[in-house]
Structures are given as structure tokens and as C-alpha cells.
Design a binder for this molecule. Structure first.
Ligand SMILES: Nc1nc2c(ncn2[C@@H]2O[C@H](COP(=O)(O)OP(=O)(O)O)[C@@H](O)[C@H]2O)c(=O)[nH]1
Ligand SMILES: [Mg+2]
Length: 299
């Protein structure tokens, strides 16, 4: 069997640090959804960066944070599981947000992992040099790091360097995934997540956290080059349902249009998207329902 540099790298950090955006940029394709809302990521997602001499599996995780509900607990559990068996772990720290207790909380968990830790300062495109220096200094106090890299997922700054540093940490081994595979997320999950991203980006306050998306139907009409998708957006209260539908249905229409454009890119065909909004009271406190949506470790 051909041996290459191969292994697993986890990206951890507090919510909103830029982990998912960085994973997408490193992979060179949209595999993870991103938004300004903390706790956007609800899945531990693996994506594959395949080269002739290496195969790196990057693991995006939900942000680690002090949990407030069953969903938060499940997300933390999922992020911590990701650390249990990786060849390297990147602690992502936002260059623009002072290092604080949130980062210390994540670092404390990382310290218990056997994997070598890397400090990755994110969002360099929107921070000046002095701020970045100060961030690095503060971060160094959290944990002994093997390497430090300052990156920007948006401008692409230092992404090749980060990949190079990580590759050096991987042992020799087989390719764990087929060479053309980009992610281990099932297509149904990706579709539901792409829809949820658009809802997150369109809503504020408590609404984004109360949203869960489930696929009802997925049919491919190969002859017509068309995918028919029916999905349900679940919220916890009637008032949230009203917000997502919007006055005269403008909000749900906007979400539908934006999601359709993304899904057409993902699937490489036209998409007919049918979205409905339903109330499922307090689903975030219901561990069984959280699993049914597939969040955290899923079913
Ligand atoms: N300017 C800038 N913004 C970024 C960068 N990386 C992420 N962001 C933004 O930061 C927010 C959180 O990003 P996301 O990847 O969802 O964070 P996560 O919660 O750690 O996965 C989003 O609004 C991103 O667009 C970056 O390199 N530069
Ligand atoms: Mg994320």
C-alpha cells in the first residue's frame, strides 16, 4: 500500500473564532456553514485535503463554551470527542477579540489532549500588527504551543504555511478516505445545514439558536437536471415562526432564494426548494430531538 503523510487535525476554539471559515478556506470548498452567530456549527465535521504526498483530515468542531442547555452540552461533548484522537490540534484565537476566559476554558481542555497544540491567530486581515502581537503574547500564557501561525481565511494569508506546518506533524500512513472525497457529512445533512445557515444570517437575537432544520424529501430528476428538496425549519415558539416567515412572507422568501443558490452550486443542478416553518416547543432541552436533528454526535 502507498504510504503518505496522513492523519487528523482538529480545529477548536471559542464560538465565532473563525474555525469553520478557516476549514472551508483550507479545503478550498464550502463544506461548513459560517455566520456571526455563536454556536453556528452543530456538527463535528470532517473534511479531506488530499495531495499527491499527503492526506490531511481536518475536523471542524462546535465552539467550546460553558453550556446553558442540553444542546450546549451535546455540542461541547462533540467538540471534546474530536480532541481524543488527532495528530494535531489547532487552538483558534480571534485576532480582534481580547484573549479571555472563553479561550482559557478551551485551552484547559486542549491541555488534556495528547496531540501537539498549535496556536492559530485568525482574522489577520482585520487586525493591526500590534494587536496581533499582543494576542500572541496573551495566548502563549494559556498553553505550551509547538507552533504559531497567524492566518486570514478571508485574504488567504499564511494558509499554505499552516498546511505545511500541519503536514510535518502527520505520521506516515494510508489515505483514510477516497482521494476525491471532500467531507464525511451525508448530503442530506449538508443540505439541511446550508438552509440553516441562511436562516442564521437573516435573523437576530434568540431566533438563530432556536432554529433546527430537517429534510423532509430529496428527489433527483436526472433527466430534467433538477433536485426537488422539501425541508422544515423548526423553531421553539409561534413568535419565532412569525419572524422567520416575515411580513407577507418576505423573510422566508429571501432565505429560500439564498439557500437555493448555494444548493445549486453544491449539487451542480437546478433546485426546487420547498420550505415550511413549524413550531417544536423547547426542542433544545430535549436530548432525543437534538439527536434526531443530527446535532452533536447525531443519532
Ligand atoms: N474578516 C474576517 N472575518 C472572518 C475570518 N474568518 C471568519 N470570519 C468571520 O467571523 C465570523 C465567525 O466565523 P465562523 O467561521 O462561523 O466561526 P466559528 O464559530 O469559529 O466556526 C463569520 O462572520 C466569519 O465571516 C477572516 O479570516 N477574516
Ligand atoms: Mg463553526
Amino acid at each position: 500500500m502507498e504510504l503518505v503523510r496522513s492523519g487528523f487535525v482538529a480545529f477548536v476554539g471559542r464560538p465565532n473564532a473563525g474555525k469553520s471559515t478557516l476549514v472551508n478556506a483550507l479545503v478550498g470548498a464550502k463544506v461548513a456553514i459560517t455566520s456571526d452567530t455563536p454556536q453556528t456549527t452543530r456538527h463535528r465535521l470532517r473534511a479531506v485535503i488530499d495531495r499527491d504526498d499527503s492526506q490531511m483530515v481536518v475536523v471542524d468542531t462546535p465552539g467550546l463554551h460553558k453550556p446553558h442547555d442540553a444542546l450546549g452540552e451535546e455540542l461541547n461533548r462533540s467538540a471534546l470527542l474530536a480532541l481524543s484522537d488527532v495528530d494535531a490540534a489547532c487552538l483558534c484565537i480571534d485576532a480582534t477579540k481580547p484573549v479571555g476566559t472563553g479561550d482559557a476554558w478551551v485551552a484547559a481542555h486542549l491541555a488534556r489532549s495528547k496531540a501537539p497544540a498549535l496556536l492559530v491567530i485568525t482574522k489577520a486581515d482585520i487586525a493591526d500588527e500590534q494587536t496581533i502581537e499582543a494576542q500572541m503574547e496573551a495566548a502563549e500564557k494559556l498553553l505550551p504551543f509547538e507552533h504559531r501561525v497567524v492566518v486570514s481565511a478571508v485574504s488567504g494569508f499564511n494558509l499554505p504555511t499552516l498546511l505545511e506546518v500541519l503536514k510535518e506533524l502527520l505520521p506516515e500512513g494510508p489515505r483514510y478516505f477516497p482521494r476525491d472525497m471532500r467531507t464525511d457529512q451525508p448530503l442530506e445533512v449538508m443540505i439541511a445545514e446550508f438552509i440553516r445557515e441562511k436562516v442564521l444570517r437573516a435573523t437576530f437575537d434568540e431566533v438563530p439558536h432556536a432554529v433546527g432544520v430537517a429534510l423532509d424529501d430529496l428527489e433527483f430528476d436526472e433527466k430534467a437536471g433538477l433536485a426537488r428538496i422539501a425541508a422544515v425549519i423548526y423553531v421553539e415558539r409561534e413568535s419565532q415562526k412569525g419572524i422567520i416567515i416575515g411580513k407577507g412572507g418576505v423573510m422566508i422568501k429571501r432565505v429560500g432564494t439564498e439557500a437555493r443558490e448555494d444548493l445549486e452550486r453544491l449539487l451542480g443542478m437546478r433546485v426546487f426548494l420547498d420550505l415550511r416553518v413549524k413550531v417544536k416547543k423547547d426542542w433544545r432541552r430535549d436530548a432525543a430531538q437534538i439527536r434526531r436533528f443530527g446535532y452533536g454526535e447525531g443519532l
